[in-house]
Design a protein around this ligand. Structure first.
Ligand code: ZN
Ligand code: ZN
Length: 271
């Protein structure tokens, strides 16, 4: 599939390595017609990772949209974590809804679930008394809550598996896990959002397949869900990295088309 547009991209206004201009140049060089920028929404509890303010971000993106309008269309999005909701969601062209943290119910502290193996272990020990499946249940409940904010796209649906290689903490093949994830997928789908096939962690070698896992992609297809491909790019040279793999996984799950965001709306393209 010829890639003309992706929506899940970061830059130096959050935790990306490349400037917005470098991202735009890479998109133009790759033949994109449209590029979505989706920096992590303002999260005062995690400043290194998020934008420093919504107005500042929106102002910068508006200026870039105008400056690049004769070369490609820039769409201003936000990756909106459940725990860092936008105060002005209507001002974005689109939102990607997802979850990167677990909340400590006694202290209110938010702890990343996608930081490292050690971080995830600490979350399970401290927040869930060593019960990893309780953490999984909490994570998917939070994903459903994130979907209730009606984002355009559901981001990296099963991110909770990122540091669970070799079933270190929980068994992703167990009926219990599959049931929890499948039920959450159905609930998220009920909100009408498109699911991304996110190749970010696969490109970094952290996973062999993109999010969501193949059994979830198959379930999504059975339920009539729609997909878009994303690199979750943080570094301009990797703008399209992993998208071939994402397309192959989509075809393997039986999808025949994926959506690309062109001139402000999703358009289906054969895979
Ligand atoms: Zn993310
Ligand atoms: Zn992202």
């Amino acid at each position: 599939m010829k890639i003309l547009s992706t929506l899940h991209n970061h830059c130096t206004m959050c935790d990306g390595r490349s400037t917005p201009e470098e991202m735009l140049s890479a998109a133009a060089a790759a033949g994109f017609s449209d590029l979505g920028m989706s920096c992590h929404g303002y999260a005062p509890f995690d400043p290194a990772y998020s934008i420093s303010g919504e107005e500042e971000y929106l102002t910068a993106m508006t200026a870039l949209t105008a400056a690049w309008s004769d070369r490609l269309r820039l769409h201003t999005g936000i990756e909106e974590d459940l725990f860092a909701p936008s105060a002005m969601p209507e001002r974005y062209d689109y939102r990607i809804g997802d979850v990167h943290y677990a909340r400590d119910r006694s202290t209110g502290e938010l702890v990343p679930v996608d930081g490292s193996v050690e971080d995830l272990h600490r979350v399970i020990r401290r927040l869930f008394r060593g019960n990893a499946m309780d953490m999984v249940r909490d994570y998917y409940d939070n994903m459903v809550a994130a979907a209730e904010r009606r984002p355009l796209v559901i981001g990296h649906f099963d991110l909770i598996t990122k540091y669970n290689q070799k079933a270190r903490f929980f068994d992703e093949d167990s009926d219990e896990y599959r049931e929890l994830a499948s039920q959450a997928l159905e609930a998220c789908l009920a909100g009408g959002a498109v699911f991304e096939i996110n190749a970010g962690a696969a490109v970094k070698g952290l996973r062999s397949v993109p999010y969501p896992a193949p059994f979830l992609l198959q379930r999504l297809r059975e339920l009539g869900g729609q997909i878009t491909l994303s690199a979750d790019c943080h570094y301009a040279p990797l703008l399209t990295a992993g998208l071939d793999l994402a397309a192959r996984c989509a075809r393997d799950a039986g999808f025949e088309e994926a959506l690309q965001f062109i001139d402000g709306r999703f358009v289906p393209f054969p895979l």
